[in-house]
Design a protein around this ligand. Structure first.
Ligand code: F6P
Length: 325
């Protein structure tokens, strides 16, 4: 493969706080090391539609502290088609972009992997998602900020839950992963978490009612991972029917979880992995995600990073169970 001179950056999928810090790091580290940097707007859609701009260090000034992504983002359907990928490749050729840094979650890095299979392009992924569901990195850019936002919201909900002696079901994001729900429950002192990793035949609601609210507590907070069928509304309805003596409310935090200023942790993770992406390119790495594991920057093949079974530490379930008595 020819020497890499120009690097394109894009953000894709759900935005995550810290994506801007990552864009800044890739741009500045790239320029420091003699590469030309091009910003690609609106994710893979922008690559297909030729939305490409030269980036200088000024393009990324004053953005480290802001949530969202200055490059905009999209979930591109067209990029999943052969025709979409071909158009995207034509744009790369037109702008002489020989490596692509993709900041995004599972779907976005899957897109990068498929693209790299079909075309001779060096694709480097950065783990940008609030869901923390990418394998091979201890956490993902945006996860820590969202966790803190949820905890702040739950602290507030606790005030009203206690005052009215109510049961609150608080629904949080995470798609198919329970990291946000379980850890926000631990950090906010919630009484229980209902997460996809712990779905068993045992009726979780009955179990929770047994051990929690019946004992002594007159108010309680249950964090529920989003789910099309078994979200917070489902559990609230069941409590209303099966335990009518309780006053129940639901709070779905929704997209407010995804916005806001990134925490220091996410800014540092974004900065380290952003620089790591440029080092990866200089070392001749291809088709890897840059993560941080045990405080070391690591390169994880994209095919491994997108594995759906990122291990969930089941000891966290015990932590919450024991501390919520
Ligand atoms: O992947 C990030 C995420 O926020 C998930 O937690 C959530 O399921 C999804 O994106 C929501 O996507 P959208 O903003 O497209 O509704």
């Amino acid at each position: 493969m020819a020497q890499i001179k120009t690097i394109g950056i894009l953000t894709s999928g759900g935005d995550a706080p810290g994506m801007n810090a990552a864009i800044r790091a890739v741009t500045r580290a790239g320029i420091c090391n003699g590469f030309k940097i091009k910003g690609i707007y609106r994710g893979y859609d922008g690559l297909i539609n030729n939305e490409v701009t030269d980036f200088t260090t000024e393009n990324v000034s004053g953005i480290i502290m802001s949530g969202g992504t200055i490059l905009k983002t999209a979930r591109s359907m067209e990029f999943m088609t052969d025709e979409g990928k071909r158009k995207a490749y034509d744009t790369l050729v037109k702008h002489q972009i020989d490596a692509l840094v993709v900041i995004g979650g599972n779907g976005s890095l899957t897109g990068a992997m498929e693209f790299a299979k079909d075309y001779d392009v060096c694709c480097i992924g950065l783990p940008g998602t609030i869901d923390n569901d990418l394998y091979g990195t201890d956490s993902t850019i945006g996860y820590d900020t969202t966790l803190n936002t949820i905890v702040e919201c739950v602290d507030r909900i606790r005030d009203t839950a206690q005052s009215h002696e109510r049961i609150f079901f608080v629904e949080v994001m995470g798609r198919d992963a329970g990291f946000l729900a379980q850890n926000s429950a631990i950090a906010s002192g919630a009484e229980a978490a209902i997460i996809p990793e712990d779905r068993t035949d045992v009726d979780q609601l009955a179990q929770f009612m047994e051990r929690g609210i019946r004992k002594s507590k007159r108010s309680c907070i249950v964090i529920v991972s989003e789910s099309p069928k078994c979200g917070a509304l489902y559990y609230a309805d069941r409590v209303r029917n099966e335990f009518p003596q309780y006053d129940v409310r639901v709070s779905i935090l929704g997209h407010l979880q995804r916005g806001g200023r990134p925490t220091a942790h996410d800014r540092i993770l974004a900065s380290r992995t952003g620089i790591g992406s440029i080092e990866a390119i200089m070392q001749g790495q291809r088709n890897v995600m840059v993560g941080v594991r045990n405080n070391e920057v690591v390169y994880v093949p994209l095919s491994e990073a997108i594995r759906s079974d990122k291990p969930f530490d089941r000891k966290l379930i015990k932590v919450l169970d024991e501390l919520s008595i």
